[in-house]
Design a protein around this ligand. Structure first.
Ligand SMILES: Cc1cc2nc3c(=O)[nH]c(=O)nc-3n(C[C@H](O)[C@H](O)[C@H](O)COP(=O)(O)OP(=O)(O)OC[C@H]3O[C@@H](n4cnc5c(N)ncnc54)[C@H](O)[C@@H]3O)c2cc1C
Length: 235
């Protein structure tokens, strides 16, 4: 896993240049997996026992998925709009996002660091990405910065002229920052992590997925271990 910068309160991970993943609230532990599986036999454990580690691994391996649904993670996320476009494709979960119809969006946009500007090489289905030449990266960033600044000026001018925010926002780019709340259970989160931590996912969403995984591992360490040891496939 990538190094994640976690703040002192241990509930906020900084991501990209202005983004974050903050664990807003949580109802999740490994015992909930154990007890929702053991209810089949009318059994309940007050704390994790030796056999419970094997049970979680068994459930993961043989894809008995529903015991991993009796928990909830609520995240507050700040990310560029293009990330949310991918993230919100994950239907098993709940989303609420900042509205560009009702408020003036703050002037913040994502600019990749020079080292993170990349070229695409290879054929469809087998693309790989390589670091762009330094000069090209510098030019790209400079032009992108100018373009974002200019588009944000146009946005503010349109608002001042009385254009409705829902149309004034047409000036803004997909790298503009937005915020959302995302509530998800561990089973759906593992599907998200399986797809979005993978090398095939876009580098920027992978950084967010690493942050989500940090909180998952902290709250449900046994489940997280079983997930990683069984091929990172959601049960
Ligand atoms: C690398 C990558 C590239 C992608 N490229 C594209 C692209 O080019 N174009 C594009 O449109 N999307 C693309 N996607 C998005 C992708 O198709 C999925 O929409 C997204 O990853 C969400 O996955 P999911 O459906 O498994 O998750 P969720 O929507 O959270 O669903 C979780 C699981 O619930 C079940 N499920 C949910 N809804 C249904 C349903 N209606 N019927 C049956 N089972 C259901 C499935 O088992 C599913 O895996 C890409 C995703 C990745 C990771």
């Amino acid at each position: 896993m990538t190094e994640i910068a976690i703040d002192e309160s241990n509930d906020l991970a900084s991501v990209l240049d202005h983004g974050f993943v903050r664990l807003d609230d949580v109802m999740a532990d490994d015992l909930s997996v154990v007890n929702s599986a053991r209810v089949s036999f009318g059994k309940r454990h007050e704390e994790m026992e030796d056999s419970d580690y094997g049970l979680i691994s068994y459930l993961m391996k043989f894809r008995h998925g529903t015991p991993f649904e009796h928990n909830a993670f609520r995240f507050h996320v700040k990310a560029p709009i293009f990330i949310f476009r991918e993230w919100q494709r994950h239907r098993i979960g709940s989303f609420n996002e900042m509205s560009g119809r009702y408020m003036e969006l703050p002037g913040e946009w994502y600019l990749p660091q020079e080292d993170d500007v990349r070229t695409r090489v290879g054929k469809p289905g087998r693309y790989t990405y390589e670091r762009a030449r330094y000069r090209d990266a510098i030019n790209f960033n400079a032009r992108l910065r100018e373009s974002c600044e200019e588009s944000y000026r146009c946005y503010q001018n349109a608002l001042e002229a009385g254009i409705a925010p829902e149309q004034a926002r047409f000036f803004l780019h997909v790298n503009h920052y937005s915020e959302m709340y995302w509530t998800v259970n561990a089973r759906s989160m593992m599907n998200f992590l399986s797809l979005r931590v993978a090398e095939t996912a876009m580098w920027e969403i992978r950084q967010y997925a690493h942050a989500v995984e940090f909180f998952f591992a902290a709250m449900m360490p046994v489940t997280h271990k079983a997930f990683t040891e069984n091929g990172r496939i959601a049960p």
